[in-house]
Design a protein around this ligand. Structure first.
Ligand code: C5P
Length: 230
């Protein structure tokens, strides 16, 4: 059973406020996408890594990954205008002998390799779709356009969903083929629309997404701590 990992790295990252696309933002001197690919490529039984890169950075991502990451076969494709389109473009070039596909955000550069292994193992064991999630610490409120509270869902039933997300290849391909336009924020949403069950397993705090400048500060600190204890 062969496994491929798609790394979605083609976003602009406007909320980070940097001049370069988010995946090219440096963390301890290396682009976020390099950290993310290094983490997933170190997982067990990964045969292929396919990166969806920003339009102006395809060659640069290819060169930097070749220089900095020793990994299984890495290919780099041109990403799309939305995350959904970027993942679909990468899915199109997943080799035919792959049965399991993981999708990971380059914006989660410090997701532990053990989390990648756990997600992949759960799919190989027979689940169609597996996503990591962590319980919420804040109270969540649903609001209307005016900012008035509409509902306060029970926090205990909610999970903040991370990547890597793992899928049986056929299920992910069917979910993307059925998607009509739109831009879902994760791939599991498309599988849910098929009516398939998506399982949530325990996520990892280190798999947080880099969105705002403060997230980079946290990532730098976490990486420095990891390197100090090595
Ligand atoms: O914007 P957001 O942080 O939710 O993006 C999540 C991931 O999707 C990021 O790693 C980003 O690079 C990727 N993405 C992409 N193509 C896009 C938009 C986002 O690969 N057009």
């Amino acid at each position: 059973m062969k496994t491929a990992v798609i790394v979605a790295a083609a976003g602009r990252g406007e909320r980070l406020g940097a001049a370069v696309p988010k995946a090219m933002q440096l963390l301890a001197g290396e682009p976020l996408v390099v950290h993310a690919v290094r983490s997933v490529a170190a997982a067990q039984h990964i045969s292929y890594v396919i990166v969806a890169a920003p339009p102006d950075d395809v060659a640069s991502v290819r060169d930097q990954l070749a220089a900095l990451v020793s990994a299984p076969t890495i290919s780099v494709v041109l990403g799309g205008a939305t995350r959904q389109q970027s993942v679909a473009a990468a899915l199109d070039v997943v080799p035919p002998d792959v049965d399991v596909v993981l999708v990971h955000d380059a914006a989660r550069p410090l997701a532990p390799t053990s989390l990648v292994d756990t997600v992949a193992t759960a799919v190989r064991a027979g689940h169609d779709a597996v996503v990591p999630g962590i319980p919420l610490t804040d109270t969540v409120k649903q609001v209307d356009a005016r900012g008035a509270v509409v509902a306060t869902p029970n926090r205990a039933t909610l999970r903040a969903i991370q990547t890597p997300q793992g899928f049986r290849r056929k299920v992910l391909a069917r979910a993307h083929a059925a998607a009509t336009g739109g831009d879902v924020t994760d791939d599991a949403t498309l599988v849910e629309r098929l009516g398939d069950t998506v399982y949530v397993i325990s996520g990892a705090p280190e798999a947080f997404k880099i969105t705002r400048p403060l997230d980079l500060v946290l990532a730098e600190a976490l990486l420095a701590t990891r390197r100090a204890v090595r």
